[in-house]
Design a protein. Structure first.
Length: 286
């Protein structure tokens, strides 16, 4: 059974790489594989959902650049090749704090100020601010406990198959579990269960972190909100406004292009009536 996520992690471990280069590298190692065939919208969506320790860290024109969590977004005003003097000094606007929390193999932790107002990503071995509380990501064992709890509401046939994966080799359950979940059509159900459980675990961890209840609530809101805003605000390239009519375009063309750029989480948040979008385009064309 192919381990695509492991291959992607290996490719990115050699340095940051543009999506247009990463895709053919993956195909060279795994001929015939496509993210769509694995149940994702595109490569970015596949990596966001299934590949721990790899994320979008920069942009190159309209292309995205993948890297490890330590490869922070580059300042557009900084000379090419310049090194950030303080790469761990990052806020939720450029770093997905939620992703740090939910990635057990992430080399970083979260540093939380005593009032909960400032949450940053720092190396696991300690924050530069000694007054901050250090919160390590949810462990692999916690993720496994969440998976076992999910089994309580699964039909017997699927329950036994998934339980066998959890009871298999230590550390080797994550990808087989995802593949089985996808094959039986429970991806959305699992995503909702896992997200809710990790939010609850975050609450519990903050309660015993040594900060006040108010500070814990503030930090919780910051970390959870990064799940929805981190990618949209920091990573999506800005497209110039189209001038004039969209020649040859149809409603389906517009929707298809928009959807192809979205992650699953972004699609879940999409609430704009397509009719209104189309009317706006027609208005601009006139």
């Amino acid at each position: 059974m192919e381990d695509i996520p492991a291959s992607i992690v290996e490719l990115v471990s050699h340095g940051k790489i543009q999506g247009s280069r990463l895709a053919p590298e993956i195909r060279a190692l795994h001929p015939g594989w496509t993210p769509e065939g694995a149940g994702a919208l595109n490569l970015r969506d596949y990596i966001d959902r299934y590949v721990e320790g790899v994320e979008v860290v920069d942009r190159a024109g309209m292309d995205v650049v993948y890297g490890r969590p330590g490869d922070v977004l580059l300042d557009s005003n900084r000379p090419e090749g310049a090194v950030d003097a303080n790469p761990v000094e990052a806020s939720g606007e450029s770093v997905n704090l939620w992703r740090v929390w939910v990635s057990p193999n992430c080399p970083f932790a979260l540093a939380i100020s005593q009032d909960g107002e400032n949450v940053r990503r720092v190396p696991r071995d300690g924050a530069d601010d000694k007054q901050a509380v250090l919160l390590a990501p949810a462990s692999s064992e916690c993720h496994k406990i969440i998976a076992r709890d999910f089994l309580k509401g699964v039909d017997e046939e699927d329950h036994d198959a998934l339980a066998a994966i959890l009871d298999g080799e230590t550390g080797a359950w994550w990808q087989p579990w995802f593949r089985r979940i996808q094959s039986v059509g429970m991806s959305d159900r699992w995503h909702q269960h896992r997200t809710a459980a990790l939010e609850t675990l975050l609450d519990q961890s903050l309660e015993v972190a040594g900060i006040t209840e108010a500070a814990a609530e503030t930090a919780h809101a910051t970390i959870v909100s990064a799940r929805y805003t981190g990618r949209k605000a920091a990573l999506r390239p800005t497209r110039p406004t189209r001038q004039g009519p969209i020649a040859g375009s149809t409603l389906l063309d517009v929707v298809t292009r928009a959807v192809s750029e979205m992650s699953t989480a972004e699609l879940r948040d999409l609430k704009i009536p397509i009719g209104l979008v189309w009317d706006a385009i027609q208005h601009d064309s006139n």
